[in-house]
Design a protein around this ligand. Structure first.
Ligand code: NAD
Ligand code: DAU
Length: 333
């Protein structure tokens, strides 16, 4: 199995999950090690099961060779942070669109199975009181340069399926949280703020809703799609947390960490209001169900574990913290 972006948050959790639960695979990770990639995310994994190649998915000769030597490609590599895409969209266009194109051409040449990992943000956003949720047939309406480039990559995959008959599946998942997530993202930023004695930061009013899912639940879904998913199909992945807004999440983090308050900071331009996922197809066709579904917010257990992970792994995030906060300070956030 070739895993692109396997040194990033979801990719590294996916590689760990694969070794623990699907020991038949041997894995090659290809990762450019951008600011978001970290070799330490794969530390401790057996070298006879996981090999690592530092490289760019836009490098066509490299991808040709790696794809030719694989039975299956799981494609996570991307520029993934909305706020960065507002500062400089080019790396997003290059990696998310040109990189996906490069992989598509390689799997087409070598007739290798591909799973493309995408996001709910391709569908745009919903009003707070909209009864609809995103399904596999919802029209695309991305808002940010990040989500537009992910939408572009999905369109390419679908076109290569239809026009060239490549063996591929696509999944669109909602917001993930869990260990190894870069501290620029909402949940780990607040946890590491509190651990650093800084005040947690909420964009705008905090009324925005994200359909939070634990990264392990995302990765069990990806493996089910690899094992039983129908080629050519798209699967929506979501854990039914579409009633929890950012204000509730930050307040839960504060409660779990004994923190007294948080501050409101500048809102994100073009900020999507609400995402909500309908994962009926995945549940009914493939028998998937999330494991992290407890109580009111569905996040208490997963968030508690995540907080513990950041508490126990300060060496992993500490060196990046000042730089990330300086970047946010420039944006008034
Ligand atoms: P991440 O930013 O933590 O990791 C991305 C990884 O890709 C990093 O290791 C980075 O070094 C690598 N990378 C970037 N450009 C590359 C290139 N040109 N060549 C090779 N490697 C490159 O992102 P993540 O949160 O783990 O997201 C992984 C995938 O899942 C992305 O495709 C993202 O769109 C998708 N996704 C993320 C979420 C979420 O909530 N985080 C939700 C749904 C879908
Ligand atoms: O929906 C899936 C997407 O989720 C993925 O495709 C993206 O790769 C991933 O980054 C994530 O995008 P978001 O923009 O939703 O995630 P982020 O963690 O940046 O922000 C989550 C929400 O929290 C969003 O409404 C903005 C808000 N926020 C964010 C930060 C960093 C804050 O209120 N304060 C913050 O400090």
């Amino acid at each position: 199995m070739l895993v692109t972006g396997g040194a990033g948050f979801i990719g590294a959790n996916f590689v760990r999950h694969t070794l623990a639960h699907h020991p038949g695979y041997s894995v090659t990770v290809v990762d450019k090690l951008t600011y978001a990639g970290n070799r330490a995310n794969l530390a401790g994994l057996p070298e006879d099961k996981v090999s690592f190649v530092e490289g760019d998915i836009c490098d066509a000769p490299l991808m040709d060779q790696l794809v030719r030597d694989s039975d299956l490609v799981v494609h996570f590599a991307a520029e993934s942070h909305n706020d960065n895409s507002l500062d400089d969209p080019w790396p997003f266009v290059n990696t998310n669109i040109v990189g996906t194109y490069t992989i598509l051409e390689a799997v087409r040449r070598h007739d290798v199975r591909l799973h493309h990992v995408s996001t709910d943000e391709v569908f745009g956003d919903l009003a707070l009181d909209d009864p609809h949720r995103f399904t596999e047939t919802t029209a695309y309406a991305p808002s940010s340069p990040y989500s537009a480039t992910k939408a572009g990559s999905d369109h390419l995959v679908r076109a290569w399926i239809r026009s060239f008959g490549i063996k591929a599946t696509v999944s669109n998942c909602s917001n993930n949280y869990g260990p190894y997530q870069h501290i620029e993202k909402f949940i780990p930023r607040q946890i590491t703020n509190i651990l650093s004695g800084l005040t947690p930061k909420l964009y705008g009013t905090g009324e925005q809703v994200r359909d939070w899912i634990h990264v392990d639940d995302h990765n069990t879904a990806v493996h089910l799609i690899l094992d039983k998913g129908r080629l050519g199909e798209t699967y929506i992945i979501g854990a039914d947390n579409d009633h929890v807004n950012n204000k509730q999440v930050i307040e839960l983090i504060c409660e779990l960490m004994g923190q007294d308050g948080y501050e409101h900071v500048a809102d994100r331009p073009g900020h999507d209001l609400r995402y909500a996922m309908d994962s009926t197809k995945l549940r009914e066709e493939l028998g998937w169900a999330p494991q992290y579904t407890d109580n009111d917010t569905g996040m208490r257990e997963g968030l508690s574990q995540t907080i513990e992970w950041y508490r126990d792994n300060e060496d992993w995030w500490r060196t990046a913290k000042d730089g990330v906060e300086k970047q946010y300070a420039k944006r008034g956030q």
